[in-house]
Design a protein around this ligand. Sequence first.
Ligand SMILES: C[S@@+](CC[C@H](N)C(=O)[O-])C[C@H]1O[C@@H](n2cnc3c(N)ncnc32)[C@H](O)[C@@H]1O
Length: 275
Amino acid sequence: MPGNATNQSLPIHGNYHGYYSKRPFTRDPRLTLLPAEFFVGKRVLDVGCNEGWVACEIGQFRGARQVIGVDIDDTLIRAAWRRRRTVWSLQSPEGGNISGENHLPPKRQRIDHDTSTMDNDVQNYFPASCEHSYGPLPVPDRGCDAFPHNVMFRTADWVKDEIPEDNIQYDIILGFSISKWIHLNARDEGLRQFFYRVHKCLKTGGVFVFEPQPWDTYSKARRMSETLKENAKHLQLRPDGFGELIEALGFDHGQRLGVTGEGGFRRPVDTYTKQ
Ligand SMILES: C[S@@+](CC[C@H](N)C(=O)[O-])C[C@H]1O[C@@H](n2cnc3c(N)ncnc32)[C@H](O)[C@@H]1O
């Protein structure tokens, strides 16, 4: 049950609140490893989206057609919807449209080729104090599929439960910093099921972008609860072997894009293409 996560006082699913205050970014460093055009026109699922920062960035600046963020924790999903509204409220009225023709839907989506410039011009056009003083800007009625309409969120334990959006296969599925939590809660079988679901829900040629947590980070996490401690005793799979498992499901050999993050967040990012 997705709701269970919110009943726990400890974030045993990695359902940290305020996660991005510990891992702050203007542009997520993991996304910068991917080519600028990677998300353009694509349908993207972000599994374990937390407060929706990554999903919003992809929907707002990377030209995705649709981004669905799913998380087991309903409180985080509510925060993700708020994040979408906040990001919308800070955005320049021109949005991502450099030419100023903001009534033309496709041009409202900014595609960042150079992530170091114009951040403040577009992303932080209005100061955060505007939203604090006057409330968020209303999201206009639908009428186009540009940001923020191209971003939505759902609460689900995506390893066990399907969401309606799964019925149309995705072009890209993100699994950022989630494998350890699935592994510790649902053991080897749960992790295998996660990879199986990723394969099933991707189109042929679709890409799984995966940031596994290294094995040495499990020991601190499992101390969070007796259940996780017990589950950890039964784990046979190791993060170094995940690539082989994924390949065996019908993905290519995979590619390591790089390693990003500081301190305990220093992790590899890999891509696997469904054959
Ligand atoms: C450590 S956070 C990573 C957040 C985000 N993916 C990132 O890297 O920026 C892990 C997230 O996965 C979510 N999560 C864990 N197990 C899940 C499951 N079975 N289905 C959906 N979300 C899950 C947690 O609630 C949490 O928000």
